[in-house]
Design a protein around this ligand. Structure first.
Ligand SMILES: *Cc1c(COP(=O)(O)O)cnc(C)c1O
Length: 425
């Protein structure tokens, strides 16, 4: 069976999905955002690998877009989850695990005096927005243009189905640009409720950027001067930069931080953490959900945090990230490509020079997939602690061949229709 062949189980599911799922798929897996030969449906994951519905197994550099930190189907974390399932999950109220998990976060994250749990990262960022507005009695948020904070009407990156009012009271600045941050804060005037910051620039389609320490410090100062809250959105970066809030490595402590994705290694739970300043406001907003007190994901979260504290996972994935980056750089140069690797090594993004609509990136990514490595052509990727040096070397061998494939096809690549808008930027 050829990858993505017309008789594949994936093609069959896609055809059926078209009938019963609007657009065949939605959100970040919407049809057309990845090369055609990428599978849309999977049957499982183990450690650092995923297996698609046609039985092809890939080294997975996406890690479920972040949630996989300690390996898919991690036996220790999943055992804790399953044990709790056997004792009840969504009950009339929470179990003591909720308090234990809050204690674990407060002990681990410097700025945090308390924690609240929810299900998705968007829940956490929305709670942070509400907490800041309640705390200050003001409305305006300062956000970095292009930064992703979730998919609720106030923050979703696409306008369909939203109104101008949903996005009212927001002022935008350019990430890492102090003058633009100051101008945005000035524009918010005496109505500033919060400054939101990604731990580093991890917007889709463009090079990632480390936070400028002067920018981070200025954001802290401006929040202090105006009485607004500083929110660091660690939903994506959390636990892959530090065992603490990601800006703590620069000595900058937010008032609120938001977490999700990997904090229970893929089990559904997210969190907002905050300091005492914000405690009263956080206690007064009405936020909840049918599954928010469910215990099994909390059990998984406790095990995940324990592994984060007690293992050298961060040092290991940092080392693996360096090995990958160095090896890819050598191979790209040898093949004659301008190949940009940006962001932390644990969360890399790859873009080719002179590739406005990403047709080179699509070709190279498809060639990687054919060699058994799942990479993403325009979104940052993630390393996980289940990866080994052997896996990285496997990816490097694949890359060497993928650069050769790209070289033979580079002059005659089809445009990427769904991403044509990128060329117009
Ligand atoms: C993914 C993400 C969110 C939203 O999290 P969901 O669980 O998808 O709702 C918010 N902020 C950042 C930085 C993210 O990467």
């Amino acid at each position: 069976m050829t990858p993505g062949g017309s008789n594949s189980a994936d093609r069959d599911l896609r055809r059926r999905a078209e009938a019963v799922i609007p657009g065949g798929m939605y959100g970040h897996q919407a049809v057309g955002l990845l090369p055609d030969d990428y599978p849309q449906f999977f049957k499982g994951g183990d450690g650092a690998h995923i297996t698609d519905v046609d039985g092809r197994r890939y080294l997975d550099l996406m890690c479920a877009y972040g949630p996989n930190l300690f390996g898919y189907a991690n036996p220790v974390i999943d055992a804790a989850y399953v044990r709790q399932l056997g004792q009840g999950d969504a009950l009339t109220g929470p179990t003591g695990l909720m308090v234990e998990l809050a204690e674990a976060f407060v002990a681990m994250v410097t700025h945090a005096d308390w924690a609240m749990f929810c299900k998705n990262g968007t829940d956490a960022t929305t709670m942070a927005m509400m907490t800041a507005r309640q705390h200050t009695g003001r409305k305006t948020l300062v956000l970095a243009r292009g930064a992703y904070h979730g998919a609720a009407p106030w923050c979703t990156p696409r306008p369909a189905g939203t109104t101008a009012e949903d996005k009212a009271n927001q002022v935008f600045c350019a990430y890492n640009d102090i003058a633009s941050l100051e101008a945005a804060v000035a524009k918010a005037g005496d109505d500033l409720a919060a400054i939101f910051a990604a731990p580093f620039r991890h917007d889709a389609f463009i090079d990632q950027a480390a936070p400028d320490i002067a920018y981070a410090r200025r954001a802290r100062e401006l929040a202090d001067q105006t009485g607004a809250l500083l929110v660091v959105d660690d939903v994506r970066g959390g636990l892959r930069i530090a065992r603490d809030s990601s800006w703590s490595v620069m000595g900058v402590q937010p008032d609120l931080s938001t977490w999700g994705k990997c904090i229970a290694n893929g089990h559904p739970i997210s969190a907002m953490l905050g300091n005492d300043k914000a405690r009263k406001a956080a206690a007064s907003i009405y936020v909840t959900g049918s599954y928010w007190y469910a215990a099994a994901a909390m059990a998984a979260g406790l095990e995940t945090l324990r592994l984060a504290r007690e293992s050298d996972y961060l040092e290991r994935i940092t080392g693996l990230g360096e090995r990958l980056r160095t090896g890819l750089a050598e191979r790209a140069v040898a093949a004659g490509f301008g190949f940009r690797q940006t962001g932390p090594g644990t969360m890399p993004l790859f873009l080719f020079d002179d590739d406005p609509d990403l047709r080179k990136g699509f070709c190279w990514s498809s060639a990687m997939l054919a060699k058994g490595v799942y990479v993403h052509p325009w979104h940052n990727m993630f390393l996980c602690a289940a990866m080994t040096e052997g896996d990285i070397d496997f990816a490097l061998d694949a890359a060497e061949q993928a650069f050769q494939t790209l070289k033979t096809q580079a002059h005659d690549l089809p445009p990427v229709e769904k991403l044509a808008f990128l060329s117009a930027r």
